[in-house]
Design a protein around this ligand. Structure first.
Ligand code: RB5
Length: 149
């Protein structure tokens, strides 16, 4: 799907990959916001970036978040504590597509120390092209959102 609104963020470990992904997003979609340090030398705490990006996603219904850290794991752990966010750490195309089609993921988490720019771009375009399938999956996604009280 073209013209998706994307809020992008990284910590220091993800600066270089974030730059690559920002270009890709600008080429095909709308880069609605970008958060993170300018240089890998400028260390920041990934939970701070994840929280800010997720707040922007929630304030902009229909938009998506993309979070980059060393592994994607810390970003996803933080993002998934925020009500209304469903974040997926992915490394393969199938899981990426299913995260949208079945789980209605609204945040993509990538590991800059795990996936190179070619794979990361492929995962990003797969994520943004896929659509939530609805139907029985909507019931399950509602249960994800209700889990934990
Ligand atoms: C930073 O060194 C690293 O811990 C962070 O980028 C991320 O991989 C955490 O999940």
């Amino acid at each position: 799907m073209a013209d998706m609104r994307v809020h992008l963020g990284s910590d220091h470990a993800g600066v270089e990959l974030r730059r690559v992904l920002a270009e890709s997003i600008r080429a095909d979609h709308e880069l609605s916001s970008e958060i993170g340090p300018d240089r890998p030398e400028d260390s920041v705490d990934y939970p701070d970036v994840a929280t800010l990006v997720c707040e922007r996603v929630l304030a902009d219904p229909g938009s998506f978040g993309v979070l980059v850290c060393g592994t994607g794991q810390g970003m996803a752990m933080t993002a998934n504590k925020i009500a209304g966010i469903r974040a997926a750490v992915v490394l393969d195309g199938y899981s990426t597509r299913m995260a949208r089609e079945h789980n209605d993921a609204n945040v993509l988490c990538l590991g800059a120390r795990v996936a190179g720019p070619g794979l990361a771009n492929l995962l990003l375009s797969t994520f943004l092209a896929a659509e939530f399938a609805g139907g029985r999956h909507a019931r399950r996604v509602a249960k994800i959102d209700a889990a934990g009280g």
